[in-house]
Design a protein around this ligand. Sequence first.
Ligand code: DX5
Ligand code: ZN
Length: 227
Amino acid sequence: MSSVSHVTPLILPSLLAANWSQVGNEVARAEAAGVKWLHLDVMDGAFVDNISFGPQMVQTVRKTTDMFLDVHLMIHRADHYLDRFIKAGADNITIHVEARYDSSVTETLRRIRAAGKQCGIALHPDTPFEVALPYVHDIDLLLVMTVVPGFGGQPFMEKETMPKLAAARDYREAHGLKYHLEVDGGIYTHTAPIAKKHGANLFVCGTSFFGQADAAQAHAELAAAVA
Ligand code: DX5
Ligand code: ZN
């Protein structure tokens, strides 16, 4: 398990929303604001209709910070690329149940943990919680997407995703499991409390964090919204 208990609320800024011409400064201002986990959105242009960055960006960020790097792979064949993300310095690697694999989701999760990293499963808004059931005993976090993966700045999909989040929480408590519950997409000071009420403890914030001039203020406001 990670250094935080599964109920500790954390704000996870998403690098996708950062000013990429100033990546080093953006990472530094997140760390200075008190951020503990940084979210890195990897997109392949095939699993999602957008292309972001790959292992080299993870490695670049790794060299500049000790923050916990939460890598979200929105890609097909995550198992084919896995060793590169592990080597690049990812601390958690989350894979999508809906993606294609050369091997399998189970084998990919096993390899992530065998490398001493944490692992997560991500669910598209359309994917029911039941699809995650074969994996929930072997993950450190469940990522309930609250937007359609691929872009920042989209609206929070409350009715499509909150019942699923609550079901994941209830299943965890009923079965004595310990996975974190992470939400990702459209998380602002007014939507974060809704996700917290339904069980979230990790809150990915792209626009609501890096879209703000004052990172310390953004972090304080978002952290207060989920305290
Ligand atoms: C979308 C990404 C999210 C996104 C969040 O595919 O997984 O992490 O960057 O962006 P905001 O917070 O702007 O909705
Ligand atoms: Zn993400």
